[in-house]
Design a protein around this ligand. Structure first.
Ligand code: ASP
Length: 315
């Protein structure tokens, strides 16, 4: 019988081996770093990510620091502790982070954690695991000295939830403010990639529901050999197609980031009979600094920081 500690050590060693075997020589990027992120809130997130790079941080630091801005934004209703709660009035958070060398960390269904992305990074860097959920992840946060805050809804959120409860009808509606995850991809000046994705999930979701955002391959996937992709929208549609992984693999086969995004959206539509009321948006960035963006419906905005400009665009 394998001793548990020995097993954990061998899992950790395997993780390190993955990272080492996937490392490649850095290729300086002629155009400088590129940062790509979902929705309007991507603009300030991109600024923080770029600052992290300028102050000597890695692509991973930049990805984390960028989405932390959105997590801390108390006006945001779809990311962080002030996001809309589930149907029981409880805010539960999902996040993941991935380095282009293949390392990844994720937390799902956590409560009271201001920066779930940073907890996901701790899971990646300090444990032999990739994903931790619920009470166990919260316990790990406490062990790290991360404060767990009480579930207090801002007044307008409390009112919106009480309003919703009158009919208690859960219906994903495209592009309204009941979903708007931040997914952010970074390509640093050495051609190395990282990404992060964080959300409070769909408003009024069932308690315990987890979407695509913290799932490596669904909400986010990054590979230094090819590029990265991240998704937003109704997570169930992304989960059924592993859209981020699909887009990265399409780029590996020769697609441009734009073609890869369009193929992922085509696949989602092909696998679902009706997407009339469902929005999914996907972004992709390759190692050359080229980007792509696509969505099922119009209205998906994204922020691109490139060549010294940080601009909001439409997919
Ligand atoms: N993808 C997220 C989820 O399904 C929602 C969003 O993008 O806003 O939880």
């Amino acid at each position: 019988m394998i001793h548990r500690r020995a097993l954990l050590a061998s899992v950790a060693a395997a993780g390190a081996a993955v990272a080492t075997s996937r490392m490649r020589a850095a290729l300086p990027l002629s155009g400088g770093p590129v940062i790509l992120s979902t929705w309007d809130h991507g603009i300030p997130a991109n600024v923080a990510a770029m600052e992290a790079l300028r102050s000597g941080g890695t692509a991973l630091d930049a990805a984390e620091r960028g989405v932390m801005v959105t997590e801390a934004d108390v006006t945001n209703r779809s990311v962080g502790l002030t996001g809309y709660p589930d149907r029981d009035g409880i805010v539960t958070l999902d996040a993941c982070i991935m380095d282009g060398d293949g390392r990844a960390g994720s937390v799902c269904f956590v409560q009271g954690i201001k920066h779930p992305v940073s907890l996901a990074r701790k899971v990646m860097e300090n444990t032999p695991h990739v994903m931790m959920v619920g009470k166990g992840a919260e316990q790990y946060a406490r062990e790290l000295g991360i404060e767990q805050l009480p579930n207090v809804l801002p007044d307008d959120v409390q009112k919106a939830w009480e309003n919703w409860k009158k009919e208690s009808r859960y219906q994903p509606v495209i592009n309204i403010e009941n979903h708007d995850t931040i997914g952010l991809l970074v390509l640093d000046a050495n051609g190395r990639l990282a990404g992060a994705c964080t959300t409070s999930g769909l408003a009024w979701k069932m308690h315990g529901r987890v979407g695509d955002s913290p799932i490596i391959g669904a909400g986010l996937y990054v590979d230094n050999e090819v590029g990265g992709a991240t998704c937003t929208g109704v997570g169930e549609y992304v989960l059924r197609t592993l859209a981020s992984f699909l887009a990265v693999e399409r780029m590996r086969m020769g697609d441009t980031p734009q073609q890869a995004c369009e193929e992922a959206i085509r696949r989602i539509k092909a696998r679902h009979a009706d997407v009339r009321n469902v929005q999914v948006g996907i972004l992709a960035l390759d190692t050359h600094g080229r980007h792509g963006a696509a969505s099922i419906h119009d209205g998906f905005t994204f922020a691109l920081h490139k060549d010294g400009k940080n601009q909001l665009r439409k997919a």
